[in-house]
Ligand binder design. Structure first.
Ligand code: ATP
Ligand code: MG
Length: 214
């Protein structure tokens, strides 16, 4: 049995018939730039708005699905490939997948985007742009200290490259924007591509408008 023997078995359910539309919001940036901080706040806001949303945190997935992967360029690429495919499944199922993962290589992020576009699913790249020195000063996990003293190898920004996005849908500059302002900007973008208010909330709003006056 080989790959060429496999046959795709399609669902009987058209995506439009699912209760909600999904998509992927991909947060890329240096360690400590604020990806998880912003993604968790956006998740809370989406849930409050009645939207199905779920975080696929790169670090959390490395505890299970990606536990066999390290931090070489090849493993980072495979990490992003797997996370992208899981996100695509969530998005196809009608969930807004929020993906905070360093994803330092432009080509791997482009593949994640292409994976979604192939199915006509929204892919929103959010560049969480914090100067390296700010991330070193924040060092929320104490990892930069170890990377600088050389006890951690392959550390993005110190001993591994980070390729900045060229055309992200949302560019957050944490030097200039508070976390609250950043979350508002991301939500505004999601609203502009119909990924914020739930379809049910929209239907309810429409029903309200159509109700005859008493
Ligand atoms: N404007 C800002 N936006 C987001 N986070 C900020 C901002 N200013 C300061 N921070 C702080 O920076 C830290 C970012 O940590 P966080 O765990 O979110 O980073 P991360 O990008 O997910 O890192 P990693 O890739 O290691 O998981 C937090 O302690 C957060 O409070
Ligand atoms: Mg994180």
């Amino acid at each position: 049995m080989t790959y060429s023997d496999l046959v795709w078995h399609a669902s009987l359910v058209d995506r439009k018939l699912r209760p909600s539309a999904g998509g992927t919001v991909w947060f890329t940036g240096l360690s400590g730039s604020g990806k998880s901080t912003l993604a968790t706040a956006v998740e809370s806001a989406l849930i409050k708005a009645g939207r199905h949303a779920y975080i696929l945190d790169g670090d959390n997935l490395r505890h299970g699905l990606n536990a066999d992967l390290g931090f070489t360029a090849e493993d980072r690429k495979e990490n992003v490939r797997r996370v992208a495919h899981v996100a695509r499944l969530f998005a196809d199922a009608g969930v807004v997948a929020l993906v905070p993962v360093i994803s330092p290589y432009r080509s791997a992020r482009a593949e994640a985007r292409a994976t979604h576009q192939a199915l006509g699913l929204a892919f929103v790249e959010v560049f969480v742009d914090a100067p390296l020195q700010d991330c070193i000063d924040r060092d929320p996990k104490g990892l930069y200290a170890k990377a600088i003293e050389g006890t951690i190898a392959h550390f993005t920004g110190i001993s591994d490259p980070y390729e900045e996005p060229e055309e992200p849908e949302v560019h957050i500059k944490t030097k200039e924007q508070s976390p609250e302002e950043s979350v508002s900007r991301i939500l505004a973008y999601l609203e502009s591509v119909d990924l914020l208010a739930s379809s049910q909330a929209l239907l309810d709003a429409e029903a309200q408008v159509k109700q005859p006056r008493a």
